[in-house]
Design a protein around this ligand. Structure first.
Ligand SMILES: Nc1nc2c(ncn2[C@@H]2O[C@H](COP(=O)(O)OP(=O)(O)OP(=O)(O)O)[C@@H](O)[C@H]2O)c(=O)[nH]1
Ligand SMILES: [Mg+2]
Length: 309
């Protein structure tokens, strides 16, 4: 399958992503095979609250990127509904204009059985696309919570999409958004309140910026008409140049891979502990901890001891 995908076989790419989604030993095997040839894709994350216009924006960005000759992969990820699977595609991905374009591969993704959820499945799926020769991956993630922030962390450039009057939708996690945003988009700028939202964002950025750091540009768009899309595409290009020119791209990617390793280690170790005695060992020790008869450190000593560690 990996060979077929590298030769441009779209069905093979789709099957590989399904395997990654499902998790387990087969997913790990896919990961081993795609890893060596997966360094070539640039990833742009598009994240924001439900209905902000992420898919409409993505659709427009596909058009811009195709003009530059990129082969494009699109992953639409919904951490809030792990079981809808392919259904998201119909409801949430508005990219039908590219359905017949052989140079665009569009896919929605849900967690299914993947250990560690989408935060770990997303980078693996990106590597599937990269190993198939896709040079640009657009990653749409719904929501503004912690998991979404983690998933968005798989991107090289992260675009945070808000709407006029955005405050309420993201109040709880403004700091998290600020941390991940490389570019802010105020989409639906045809609606009232766009100017206030820009002022809000600028104030927030003024307070948080450190000298010399990249300051996320704020781009106003109307995705439904295409207004502002050229500016957004240009801002993405500038951010990419900034990352490449400063060495930050390589540093970010190294950091991500390092984080991924520790996450994989923790998840696999946890899984092995949960498997002890069909889950009874973990359950028993856990009960001891929660009723305070044993402390968490001694409890973990006991479980790790049973694994010979
Ligand atoms: N007025 C206006 N409507 C827009 C704009 N962009 C998108 N829409 C509409 O907003 C709705 C949601 O757009 P989507 O692109 O599906 O938004 P999304 O963020 O992908 O939504 P989810 O994936 O469900 O979270 C659709 O009806 C779009 O036509 C815009 O700039 N202005
Ligand atoms: Mg969408």
């Amino acid at each position: 399958l990996v060979e077929a995908a590298a030769g441009g076989d779209r069905a093979a790419i789709g099957r590989l992503i399904s395997l990654v989604e499902r998790g387990g030993e087969t997913a790990r095997q896919v990961g081993r095979l795609t890893f060596p040839n997966s360094g070539g894709a640039y990833t742009v994350g598009i994240t924001g609250p439900p209905g902000a216009g992420k898919s409409t924006l993505t659709d427009r960005l596909i058009t811009e990127a195709r003009r530059d000759g990129h082969l494009i992969g699109v992953l639409a990820i919904d951490p809030t509904s792990p079981y809808t699977g392919g259904a998201i595609l119909g409801d949430r991905v508005r990219m039908q204009g590219h359905a017949l374009d052989e140079g665009v591969f569009i896919r929605s993704m849900a967690t299914r059985g993947h250990l560690g959820g989408l935060a770990l499945a997303a980078p693996e799926a990106i590597r599937v696309l990269a190993s198939a020769g896709i040079g640009l991956v657009l990653l749409e993630t719904v929501g503004v919570g912690q998991v979404e922030v983690e998933v968005a962390g798989a991107a090289d450039t992260t675009v945070v999409v808000v709407n006029p009057g955005w405050g309420d939708a993201v109040q709880a996690n403004k700091a998290g958004l600020l941390e991940i945003a490389d570019i802010f988009v105020i989409n639906k700028a045809d609606r009232p309140g766009a100017a206030e939202t820009r002022r809000d964002l600028d104030n927030m950025l003024d307070m948080s910026m450190t000298m010399g750091a990249w300051r996320p540009p704020v781009v106003a768009t109307v995705a439904s008409t295409g207004d502002g899309i050229a500016e957004l595409w240009a801002a993405i290009g500038r951010h990419r140049e900034h990352l490449e020119g400063s060495g930050e791209l390589e540093a970010r990617r190294q950091r991500r891979l390092g984080d991924e390793l520790s996450e994989v280690l923790v998840r696999r170790l946890e899984a092995r502990v949960h498997e002890l005695d069909d889950g009874k060992a973990y359950q028993q020790v856990r009960e001891g901890v929660v009723d305070r008869s044993i402390d968490p450190y001694s409890a973990s000593d006991e479980l790790l001891g049973r694994l010979g560690l």
